[in-house]
Design a protein around this ligand. Structure first.
Ligand SMILES: NC(=O)c1ccc[n+]([C@@H]2O[C@H](COP(=O)([O-])OP(=O)(O)OC[C@H]3O[C@@H](n4cnc5c(N)ncnc54)[C@H](O)[C@@H]3O)[C@@H](O)[C@H]2O)c1
Length: 236
């Protein structure tokens, strides 16, 4: 995403909780001749998010596009029963629920709020691009993730209305199954094989296809208040 945006002239800010990843990505972007700054940030932590945006503003004097992309998976069924006895043998833990809500929903709230606050104060408008998921429609095994992403989709639409007066557009992306670390490492591979059969284009999406969509949103002044499903046609 950053490489794609950088190649189109953006100065990129790499912000992630993974410090080593931030530094490696920043170096990689610079090696490709792109301008980039790295900041480690926990999107679920208010002070950390406030510090990120304050730093970016003081460094560059403006914030044009914010892609709210951080996310985690902690999949599991709401309850699991023993096939023979019918007794409960597992539940989605509160920690499993809360950790995903903290990063995927509260993280979007905090980063979206800070992006909006700085863009509004600076007075030049801007674009906020929250990353939802097709799971926002309700994917079994993902109570935590689906609830968070449905919240993200709703925030996207209501922020578009609230923030239009500041010339801030808000449009989201709901990816389907994209070949990233999250899907290749964190997702249940049996479930992924099942889903592959159900994707009309018969393949996972590529990260570049999501980056292209973010660039399209950033560049098209008429796009706001929508969540674009970029999924190869998969229906949840
Ligand atoms: N890959 C897919 O198929 C897919 C599908 C739908 C939606 N999405 C969404 O796209 C976004 C990007 O996912 P991805 O597939 O690139 O996953 P990824 O795991 O490759 O990247 C997610 C990034 O978020 C960072 N992160 C996690 N917790 C954080 C925190 N508290 N603060 C800051 N950063 C944090 C991770 O370090 C990681 O670099 C996520 O919001 C995800 O839910 C992905």
């Amino acid at each position: 995403m950053l490489e794609y945006m950088g190649a189109r002239g953006a100065i990129c800010v790499v912000a992630d909780i993974n410090e080593a990843g931030v530094e490696a990505t920043r170096k990689d972007l610079e090696a490709k001749g792109l301008r980039a700054m790295g900041v480690s940030c926990n999107v679920a932590d208010e002070e950390s998010v406030e510090a990120l945006f304050t730093r970016v503003r003081s460094e560059y004097g403006r914030i044009d596009v914010a892609v709210l992309n951080a996310g985690i998976l902690r999949d599991g069924l709401l309850i699991r029963t023993d096939r023979d006895t019918g007794k409960i043998k597992g539940k989605m833990s509160l920690e499993q629920w809360q950790s995903v809500i903290d990063v995927n929903l509260t993280g979007v709230f905090l980063t979206g709020r800070e992006a909006a606050a700085h863009m509004a104060e600076l007075g030049h408008g801007g674009v906020i691009i929250p990353i939802a998921s097709v799971a926002m429609h309700g994917n079994p095994g993902q109570s935590n993730y689906s609830a968070a992403k449905a919240g993200v989709a709703t925030l996207t639409k209501l922020w578009a209305h609230e923030l239009a007066r500041y010339k801030i557009r808000v449009a989201g992306i709901a990816p389907g199954f994209i070949a990233t670390e999250m899907v290749m490492k964190d997702m249940n591979q049996k479930a992924l094989d099942m889903w592959k059969e159900r994707i009309p284009v018969r393949r996972l999406g590529e990260p570049k296809e999501i980056a292209q969509t973010a660039a399209f949103i950033a560049e098209n002044d008429l796009v706001t208040g929508v969540v674009l499903e970029i999924s190869g046609g998969v229906v949840i």
